[in-house]
Ligand binder design. Sequence first.
Ligand code: UDP
Length: 373
Amino acid sequence: MYDYLVVGAGLYGAVFAHEAAANGKSVLVIDKRNHIAGNVYTEKIQGIHVHKYGAHIFHTNDKEVWDYVTKFATFNRFTNSPVANYKGELYSLPFNMYTFNKMWGVVTPQEAMDIIEAQKKEAGITEPKNLEEQAISLVGKDIYEKLIKGYTKKQWGRPCNQLPSFIIKRLPVRFTFDNNYFNALFQGIPIGGYTKMVENMLDGIEVRLGVDYLENKEQYDSIASKIVYTGAIDAYFDYKLGALEYRSVKFDTEILDMPNFQGNAAVNYTDEETLWTRIIEHKWFEFGKDEQGNELPKTVISKEYSSEWKQGDEPYYPVNDEKNSKLYLEYKNLADKESHVLFGGRLGEYKYYDMDAVIASALKVCKTCGLYK
Ligand code: UDP
């Protein structure tokens, strides 16, 4: 009998398992994939840590979370500054003075603000009700059309006027010359890869891979007093109230026999016609060098394609629109009645969490369980 069975060896599960074990609890971690680290999993290819399930750039304003993760890895000084490619025109992201200068030729912040204000007025927006209106009121119509509209439609498979505005509020808008994508005090990539970091969290803890909890639920439930479930909440209940919608992502990864393909870790293709949303060139997360500081002769790139999730696909992004949020609450009601199960993480809570928020949420639950102070 274990004190805790943790279902899912991603960040949430690893943090919970670490704290439980550190408090003398017996813990078993299982995952249906054949590797740990969930979607932050990195695999070394040609000396490069490839982010197999999409780019993960750790960033946080939460000192407690930063102090926590840095116990398990040393972070490099990577700062995310993606480039947007709109039909061959390149723009700086997030939206800042470099973007405004390239778009309109403006030189001062006041000139940029005046254009945005005029475009917002022309669109007649006072209180933004959806992502489209929110975007236009933040950055004006031109930037919306070239850098947001097509990308968002590809990413979410829905037009911007059917999406919640909070999605675009994730991105900063700055009237300074600052290409740092995040407003975060702390940022970086774990040296040696995320897999190593999660391995350190799970050090000394029993982990079984390639096993599916839901397929043998009764048996697994019988071996632990409490279950920490980090899979999809609707799957747990066998979709009995209907399936929640997710976006899935597919990656087309290639090794290229050249040292530098695009000169940046992330290039977003913001037009609607290009089929992929972005191309990641993984070596730039580590400045093009291996752990010994050698330049790498080859490069690995991943084209990222977004699609609607269907059963059998990996769920990535919860679609937190009105309809799905309502359905989630119904599942949450059921979940609250499963007193021996804790539901956590992006899939367990159906929430568009960043990594730092996942860790904060796991630590909060650990505190409630008396496992963390
Ligand atoms: N977005 C956009 N153009 C871009 C980058 C982002 O319109 O070039 C919008 C898009 O709607 C996206 C949202 O901003 O879903 C949030 O972007 P973020 O980079 O935070 O998404 P993630 O990295 O989590 O996929």
